[in-house]
Design a binder for this molecule. Structure first.
Ligand SMILES: Cc1ncc(COP(=O)(O)O)c(C=O)c1O
Length: 367
């Protein structure tokens, strides 16, 4: 890339508040915070398209989440109580004996680094940038590690942080590989932290059933598969002693009573979960096929998003945004993440917009 085109790209990013995927990526609207998908108001203002006209596929959130019923008025009036039905429902769903509900897995991502003395922390890169940011903020030595170097790294690090499947690259690891890394880390009193925010469509790949083992910390989220990102509910699965320390740090009432009530019901709704798992897997395949047909073959994906690395990501992102379709732009590595449209009309809308890109020769851009 020439210096001029790099400057142009940078100024496009700055004007639109679009994120970069590195540790240093920042949120232009809220300095000090990282930038993520789902910033629809910012896009609406930048492109001059009213909020209601956007198709937001910039996140990996299930666009047809668990249908929340009317919340009992008592839920608003009462303080959250730990011995309601949330923990039992979560223990059954995640197949664990011990669990700590938190206000979104983000709360645990920010708090966990405060439970360790200064450590050498290897974080998968590219990946959900909040991990590296939180460990760095807490004074640890953070070393980004690429997928190719994970194996050699696990034998040296104090802590290894993985996202499984990874966001945005959707890379997956074998169970044997994860257990091997965990064994290496605990032999030195280290931790393996695995963020499983996107694993609900393949629960058989989850490490939660092993999370009572020392040095294994598994994070789960109700925001993605259940589509309840706004409720701010996540879970930490780990040894009870570590959960107790984390709970002390986070303090009482971290999840509000209505959110606890909703989460308990969603976690217990096996029929909805099974139907949704099948539907999301088939929607993920449909998205993969559609992008491939338009010359944007994903490198990898999971049911909730597809990852398209391409040097033309900025142009593609802008062209789609100009039609009111918001994707998630990454610049390091350069690529676009596509989430799922919420209904048939919007699938058609995406198909039409992608066809226009192909006609104008912006398709066939894979690296
Ligand atoms: C990989 C990953 N982990 C964790 C989170 C945080 O999710 P939440 O705090 O809603 O549980 C996100 C949010 O986008 C994410 O992408």
């Amino acid at each position: 890339m020439s210096a001029t085109s790099r400057r142009t790209e940078q100024s496009v990013l700055e004007q639109s508040g679009i994120e970069q995927s590195g540790i240093e990526q920042s949120n232009i609207a809220q300095p000090g915070l990282l930038h993520h998908g789902g910033c629809l108001r910012q896009a609406a203002a930048h492109y001059g398209i009213p909020l209601a006209q956007w198709l937001d596929i910039s996140t990996g959130i299930n666009p047809n989440g668990w249908p929340v019923p009317a919340i009992p008025s008592s839920a608003w009036a009462r303080l959250p109580e730990a011995n309601d039905s949330l923990e039992p429902a979560a223990c059954a769903y995640y197949d664990v004996k011990h669990i700590l509900p938190v206000a979104g897995s983000q709360a645990a991502i920010q708090a966990l680094p405060r439970l360790r003395p200064p450590s050498r922390v290897n974080v998968l890169h590219p990946g959900y940038a909040e991990h590296a940011h939180a460990w760095q903020q807490a004074g640890h030595t953070v070393l980004p590690v690429s997928i190719e170097h994970l194996d050699s790294t696990a034998s040296r690090a104090d802590i290894l942080v993985l996202i499984h499947p990874n966001n945005p690259t959707a890379v997956r690891f074998s169970m044997a590989q994860l257990h091997h890394w965990h064994t290496q880390l605990i032999s030195r009193g280290g931790w393996l932290v695995v963020d499983e925010a996107f694993i609900d469509d393949t629960p058989e790949h989850s490490l939660t059933p092993y999370s009572a083992r020392p040095g294994l910390i598994v994070l789960r989220s109700l925001g993605k598969f259940f589509g309840l990102a706004g409720a701010r509910v996540g879970f930490v699965c780990a040894q009870p002693e570590l959960l107790a320390r984390l709970q002390t740090l986070l303090g009482p009432w971290s999840i509000n009573t209505p959110a606890r009530w909703i989460a308990s019901m969603a976690l217990a709704d096996r029929e909805w979960q099974q139907r949704t798992r099948q539907r999301l897997i088939s929607n993920g395949e449909r998205l993969y096929t559609m992008l491939t047909q338009h010359g944007l073959k994903p490198n990898a994906g999971c049911s909730l998003f597809q990852w398209v690395p391409t040097p033309q990501a900025v142009q593609l992102h802008q062209r789609l945004a100009a039609t009111g379709i918001l994707t998630r732009l990454f610049t390091e590595p350069t690529g676009l993440r596509f989430g799922l449209p919420n209904n048939e009309a919007n699938w058609q809308r995406l198909d039409t917009a992608l066809r226009q890109l192909t006609i104008s020769n912006l398709g066939s851009t894979n690296i």
